[in-house]
Design a protein around this ligand. Sequence first.
Ligand code: AGP
Length: 597
Amino acid sequence: MCGIVGYIGKEEAAPILLEGLSKLEYRGYDSAGLAVFAPSGDIVIKKAVGKLENLYQKTENGSAVQGVCGIGHTRWATHGKPTEDNAHPHEGGRFVLVHNGIVENEEFLRNKYLSDVEFKSETDTEVIAWLLDKFTSSGEDPEMAIRHIMAEIQGSYALAILDKTNPDVIYAAKNKSPMLIGKGEGFNMIGSDSMAMIAHTNMFYEINDGEYVVVTKDGVEIYTEYGKKMEREPFKAELDLSDTEKGTYPHFMLKEIEEQPSVIRRIIQQYTDDDGEMFIDENIINDINESDKVYIIACGTSYHAGLVGKQFFEKMAKKPTDAYIASEFVHNMPLLTEKPFFIFISQSGETADSRSVMVKVKEMGYKTLTLTNVKGSTLSREATYTLLLYAGPEIAVASTKAYTAQLAVLAILASKVGKEYDINLKYELSVAANVIETICGERENYKYLAEKYLKDSRNAFYIGRGADYYVCLEAALKLKEISYIQAEGFAAGELKHGTIALIEKDTPVIAVITQENINLNTRSNIKEVRARGAKVLVISMRSLSLHRDKIVINDVHELLTPLVSVVPTQYIAYYAALSRGRDIDKPRNLAKSVTVE
Ligand code: AGP
């Protein structure tokens, strides 16, 4: 969702801000803007609706806006439409600022303090700018005013603030929205994501909720909301610029699909100790063992990984487990068992729906584990434990490598909890990585099939049973989010209870068959839809395959089939979207990291 970048130093700020914003495009946005202190001392603000390209044009690639201190923003509309007025930065008297997050009590604050203000936008952000102006006009210095707004605002924010009276400082403040400070030599930066700054520095200060920061070109001072100065060392990010670039790939999604074998190998390496044994922190294992049920909480693709995780825990560890959609769980919490253990799965570690559940279950005193791709992310910092996915930055909005990474880490975890289960997971995961590599070698086949089956269809169905059904849910989500084809994943045996009414001549039905115990059942369901005119494409494991099956995957351990069977479906989604000319990496209406509920 929204992205922030700020720069203060000796170089021209605007090109740096634009470049930083381009690295944040993947998060999803619908307008962008920047504000720079001009040499005259005025703050120049430029905004544009739509693609960042429009802001590049408006600022002549940044050259039309001079100055060495500025802030920039990409906005994903929440309060008010994506218009230029609503785009950030926002000005309120003495202050110009950009904001990620939501001010929940904005109405109250408008009425209490700002009844005389004529607002230019419909945003909650403008309220913050005017509040700062109000508080400084009544005698507070800027830092006091920032502490004051931090005390007043209910909700989430990452803020980068310019004070018109002081071109030598950018203020920042954070609560429940991600933010980092980038440390440079003779410059410093602010970003909602390290990616926005990685071209300039790989040293970052972590900022905690309830802290504000005074950033100058030579210094970074961090304070609590009560004004206590904090001492903090910067950390070095394990990320380099090449991780954030497509290289020779036309899209990040394709690059990320094809990174999956190396991601699985990296996970094996990261979770193997010096004796060559796979390991997981014993405290996590003990806590799960002591619990009477594992509750997996997640959204979207991560939720689909959680469903497979349920199977891992129940089959490998004999531990009752359920996966829940976070946005449902938070308002309709099921009756909990006596000793629950909570696992949060989140690629970004920032998903607001999952975080709401985290806050709730922590208040209830339960221990939590987060599986995330982003070290230091909110869900990681707030959990009792974290297991990292080591997938490298996932830029495409459609999650691919993070899903397989989630499955791999869940499998390692479940195998360590279920010590009795006989599996050489290190070996089996390596086999899966090799099989994915073979799958990636057949992309032309998936391109051909996607065009043949999906090019002109208005809908499509994925069917499967058990673990295959879970993969079907993920496959359908992938297809719909990037190709905009209405796609659904169904439990194959459930079709005849209603859904089969939707099958007509040439309706595409993609069946996934990887489990021996359901092979014949799903094959019967295939016959049922074929009899009603469906065009059926079968994805099966080699040992179960029939000659008509269009995609045949080399065998892997039967518990690990979701890691491999999902890959052709990712390609199918990719090529279906490509054939329709979709914006694959940045599909409409979607954001990479969903930081609002
Ligand atoms: C996946 O392709 C989606 N973009 C989306 O469903 C995503 O998985 C979901 O928003 C959860 O995100 P998270 O893993 O970062 O929490």
